[in-house]
Write a protein that binds this ligand. Sequence first.
Ligand SMILES: *Cc1c(COP(=O)(O)O)cnc(C)c1O
Length: 388
Amino acid sequence: MNYMEVEDQYSMGIIPKREVVIVRGHGARVWDDDGREYIDCVGGHGTANVGHCHPAIIDAITKQAQQLTICPEVFHNNVRAELLKILADISPEGLNQIFLCNSGTESIEAALKFARAATGRQEIIATMRGFHGRTFGALSATWNPKYRKPFEPLLSGFSHVKYNDIEAMEGAISEQTAAVILEIVQGEGGVRPGNGDYFQQVQNSCRERGALLIIDEVQTGFGRTGKMFACDHYDLQPDILCVAKAMAGGLPMGATLCTTAAAAVPVMSHGSTFGGNPVLCAASLATIRVIQEEMLAERAMEMGAYFRERLESIRTPGVREIRGMGFLIGVELKGKVTPFLRGLMARGVMALPAGNTVLRFLPPLVISKEEIDIVVGHVEAILNEVKG
Ligand SMILES: *Cc1c(COP(=O)(O)O)cnc(C)c1O
């Protein structure tokens, strides 16, 4: 079968595909169907924090698949209990009421619903360039018109203020505000970290006015930025924390972690058929243990800084700015990013865009120093070669 042709024929074409068929992965590398090797700085869009095909994850999934693969939330379950306990333990203080689901957008959707139900208020304040997902609630909090326009009208009660601007935020929070929703580093929006002071002040303003603070760590969670959660860099105590992407070793899982007050939602008012599936719970438990045992957050901090320094040492007029935190790194170019992505792939490096002009690196946190050096070498070569 010609896989590319068949996929192009039968998939909707909403997501343009690169000219490659990926069939295998290990650690920070993937291989195509011709056996060609690539260093993977796409990292499954930031889901592959523990690396591809980590033996501990394979083992956990395999064992659980032989034990029990289906267990709806109307029953108690052993692995789910273990996961809930560890999630409450590793997350910021007070987040001990947890809803399990299957993706990032669902974790946001739940957070928005819980915020309205718990506060009895309707308005949600999000930020310009923020990205929170593609279902109607999450999309209403997402800023980019490219994602919103074709599907309007979206939900009412949502507004967007300038990110990392405390005056804009304080001017917007009122007695009608159910919640403020924020990323610690805007990922899709171009890899833009906010300031610690800003987050502290937003948290204070929310408390003063009875609004909830929702932190979206779908991309930044599970070691990506150099701490288990990016919130931990600033000792934030959000009312709701949304996680997904890397949570279950690359398998589809999300969670909405709430304080008792934020979880004041009527019984049976929300739910998910697959939420808390035992195979995914086992995968997530194994993932969290690997992150802890292999000290992957610390690794992301140290090696992420090394990666950034190496990128910063590249002398070229084509780069406007390099931003990031841990292993969430963006290189803002003066021109369009597409030809650079193509050139990197031809050289055996997979990377991502973040908007039209930002080259984004989201490698598995297990990427080695040697692999980083190879990536930086190719980035340097391509920056000198391609005129964006
Ligand atoms: C990817 C992402 C989402 C959406 O997650 P999906 O699993 O694709 O629905 C939400 N918020 C942020 C910050 C993300 O990076």
